[in-house]
Write a protein that binds this ligand. Structure first.
Ligand code: HEC
Length: 125
């Protein structure tokens, strides 16, 4: 009887851990819940320095930076000059979801709004 109890205990543990790891493998959310917006940055004060530079560097430069797989398109993601020259198209591709390409997660709605706010403010540095 005692042996049986231990065995069913192990079985429960096994089932529990299978269910637990299963949670992690469920389908990716359509829109990423996380945002790249640092504390204190709003649609009224967003600039290249306080927000846009970090977004491009962390999400685009692996392919669009020097030596990346798509470096023929707006090479050098890290300068303000480049970001403002191509800004409208850069933001368009993020908002319409074509960049960054699948299987990467699309940006959150909050980030899309913030990028549009930067364009609407005249792409301040
Ligand atoms: C995994 C690699 C990869 C990443 C990461 C990536 N891109 Fe691209 N991008 C490409 C490739 C490949 C092309 C050219 C083919 C195409 O248009 O799909 C491209 C083309 C572009 C173009 C020019 C074509 C057009 O539609 O105007 C823009 C603008 C662009 N990407 C913006 C971005 C932005 C902004 C990010 C970051 C949020 C980003 N990309 C991240 C691979 C990438």
């Amino acid at each position: 009887m005692c042996v049986l109890k231990i065995r069913s205990g192990w079985l429960l543990l096994l089932l529990f851990s299978m269910a637990f790891t299963g949670c992690y493998k469920k389908g990716e959310p359509v829109t990423s819940a996380a945002t790249f917006i640092p504390a204190g940055v709003t649609a009224a004060n967003v600039t290249h320095t306080n927000y846009v530079a970090g977004v491009l560097k962390n999400n685009c430069s692996t392919c669009h930076g020097k030596g990346g797989s798509a470096d023929e398109f707006w090479l050098n993601t890290n300068t303000y000059q480049n970001a403002s020259e191509f800004g409208v198209r850069i933001v368009e591709t993020i908002v319409n979801g074509s960049m960054p390409p699948v299987p990467r997660k699309p940006f959150s709605a909050a980030d899309k709004k913030m990028l549009e706010a930067w364009i609407n403010r005249g792409m301040p540095q």
